[in-house]
Design a protein around this ligand. Structure first.
Ligand code: FES
Length: 172
């Protein structure tokens, strides 16, 4: 297997393990208009629709990849590139809200300097609130670039932001 093919395969494996992608597919797969609804959920949770997710959806839904990109490029709402290096999605669905997600949103905003729905000036962080990402048992939840953090408290936020700063310092 080529290095490139290995890279795609490992990204697809990672995509299959992403709770937000898997939850969106489970929720909408058998319904009409499922593709657009799933793309909306991915856009909401990630801030954009990554290529490996589009390939995964093509396979899971049996929809040609070209048709997925037709939809992605037709609607201005969808983004193909991340709005920040790290897209922080804080779930404000009911279960997370009841367990204190609002305090997490404020803490993420304070730690990164990004307002909700906006990116930092250096485009390192983008902060957004999303609806239920399908893992209420872990509430309150935040997802950063597809990595899920559960049962969060405000003091955890500082560590997460630090972790991602370090990550980008090592792999700019
Ligand atoms: S409400 Fe946050 S994961 Fe369901």
């Amino acid at each position: 297997m080529s290095v490139q093919a290995k890279g795609v395969t490992s990204k697809l494996k990672k995509t299959e393990g992403d709770p937000d992608v898997a939850a969106a597919v489970r929720k909408w797969k058998s319904k009409r208009g499922s593709l657009i609804m799933i793309l909306h959920e991915i856009q909401n949770s990630r801030g954009y629709v990554p290529r490996d997710v589009a390939i995964y959806l093509s396979r899971e839904l049996g929809v040609p990849l070209a048709r997925i990109y037709e939809a992605l490029t037709f609607y201005h709402y969808f983004k193909l590139q991340p709005p920040g290096k790290a897209v922080i999605s804080v779930c404000t669905g009911t279960a997370c809200y009841l367990k204190g997600s609002q305090a997490l949103v404020e803490e993420f905003s304070r730690e990164t300097g990004a307002a909700v729905g906006a990116s930092t000036g250096d485009k390192m962080f983008h902060l957004q609130c999303v609806r239920c990402v399908g893992c209420c048992g872990l509430a309150p939840v935040a997802i950063v670039n597809g990595k899920t953090y559960g049962r969060l408290t405000p003091p955890d936020v500082k560590k997460i932001v630090h972790e991602w700063r370090e990550h980008f310092a090592e792999k700019p």
